[in-house]
Design a binder for this molecule. Structure first.
Ligand SMILES: Cc1cc2nc3c(=O)[nH]c(=O)nc-3n(C[C@H](O)[C@H](O)[C@H](O)COP(=O)(O)OP(=O)(O)OC[C@H]3O[C@@H](n4cnc5c(N)ncnc54)[C@H](O)[C@@H]3O)c2cc1C
Length: 377
């Protein structure tokens, strides 16, 4: 089949690679002009890393990112350890792959190598989609047109493809912002951060204010933090703005001195509003299907947004394989396989309790998108 994928983000690239490996003719259309080092820290859980093995970049990623010894949850005031999950011992043994921390830009750059040059066309912002007979016609902002047998909308939280399927609807502001910063290299050695990945949790009186701190690379040269801080309203669209560092430090005034030291050493940060959507009533219509953030954007508190997009990509490729020639059956199987799991992960991400206290994370990490049985129709 001729398959058009909208968006060369994390899910779109994995879908492209897996569908090409199954003999389909794939084109990916990306609005950006080139791959850029955007974003900051991202968590790659073992459920995601198993797919990386399949697309041939598991070791490349391990060579760049950091495999943290453990996830440590600490009390915001006392610093007491609430829960410690030993990733390095447990992840490969129990879940079949490692847990990795990395810069999203570095991850994206590695993923960009899993499709050969020429498959992705840059500078192509999709504006319109229309099914005509056995083809879908695609229109782009630069005036160009293309066509395909099926279209995969992997175009992220502000998905144009979702809008064509379901009508315009802005994602919901969650009432929280995330401040993010990568610390300058020379500040890092002085900080004496106690663990490789720590989440500091507050209480109900502080309305769930929290901060997650981790290194982004194997050599531990880049230290990163991301917060969650309540902010009742947001007027600046879905993009980020520079952080008022005074306000940020004030939000963490009641936190442990280790957190104060980190914020004092941070010259600047950016503030991202956190948006999500309720589970969608439909994931596909006709020859058009959605995956990843286009379909189920979530709060970042489980570090599973990218993993859900990438699991979607793997399952969609397998469903199209099993139902070769019957895309409608493949889309139905894909949605049935994915909807409950992604809705549950969305819900847990919203609750923000993941690994706060002792719990078994295997329902998330043990999932293997390459092996899990596909449902029947
Ligand atoms: C710039 C950016 C920075 C991020 N930083 C982080 C981070 O630091 N940490 C973290 O945990 N998560 C981050 N995320 C979120 C995380 O990457 C996503 O949750 C995850 O990648 C979901 O994958 P996806 O494939 O659904 O969407 P994305 O990876 O977001 O990819 C969507 C792609 O579609 C393209 N696109 C959008 N609209 C169109 C259109 N009309 N036509 C053509 N192309 C289009 C976008 O340019 C993008 O490349 C970031 C997302 C983005 C877009």
């Amino acid at each position: 089949m001729q398959i058009a994928i909208i968006g060369a983000g994390l899910g779109g690239l994995v879908a492209g690679s897996m569908l090409r490996a199954r003999g389909h003719e794939v084109k990916i259309y990306e609005q950006a002009l080139e791959v850029q080092r955007l974003g900051a820290g991202i968590n790659l859980g073992p459920n995601l890393m198993k797919v990386m093995r399949q697309v041939g970049v598991e070791q490349k990623l391990i060579d760049i990112g950091l495999e943290p010894a453990a996830w440590t949850s600490r009390d915001f005031r006392t610093g007491e350890t609430l829960f410690r999950y030993p990733f390095q011992d447990a992840s490969r043994r129990d879940f079949g792959a490692t847990y990795l921390l990395i810069h999203r830009g570095d991850f994206h750059a590695v993923l960009s190598t899993i499709v050969p040059p020429g498959i992705t066309e840059f500078g192509m912002r999709l504006t319109g989609l229309e099914e005509r007979g056995a083809k879908v016609r695609l229109a782009f902002a630069n005036g160009q047109e293309r066509q395909a047998d099926i279209v995969i909308g992997a175009d992220g939280i502000n998905s144009r493809v979702r809008e064509v399927l379901l009508g315009p609807e802005v994602p919901k502001y969650t009432g929280y912002v995330a401040h993010r910063a990568i610390l300058p290299r020379d500040a890092v050695p002085k900080l004496n951060v106690a663990a490789e990945l720590t989440k500091w949790w507050s209480d109900a009186a502080h309305r769930d204010t929290h901060i997650v701190i981790y290194y982004l690379d194997r050599a531990k040269t880049e230290l990163y933090f991301v917060t969650g801080v309540p902010q009742p309203s947001w007027k600046d669209g879905t993009s980020f703005v520079p952080t008022d560092m005074g306000e940020l430090r004030a939000a963490f005034a009641d936190f442990h001195p280790e957190v104060h030291r980190l914020l004092e050493a941070t010259p600047e940060a950016i503030t991202w509003p956190i948006f999500e959507r309720d589970p969608l009533p439909l994931w596909s219509r006709g020859r058009i299907v959605l995956l990843g953030d286009a379909c189920h954007p979530m709060k970042p508190h489980m570090g599973q947004g990218a993993a859900m997009a990438i699991e979607d990509a793997a399952i969609l490729a397998r469903a199209l394989d099993r139902h070769a020639g019957d895309y409608a059956a493949a889309f139905a199987v894909y949605e049935r396989a994915r909807k409950d799991r992604t809705s549950l992960v969305q819900q847990h991400s919203r609750d923000n309790k993941w690994l706060r206290h002792e719990m078994d994370p295997s329902w998330v990490f043990a999932y293997d998108a390459l092996e899990v049985e596909l449902p029947t129709l």
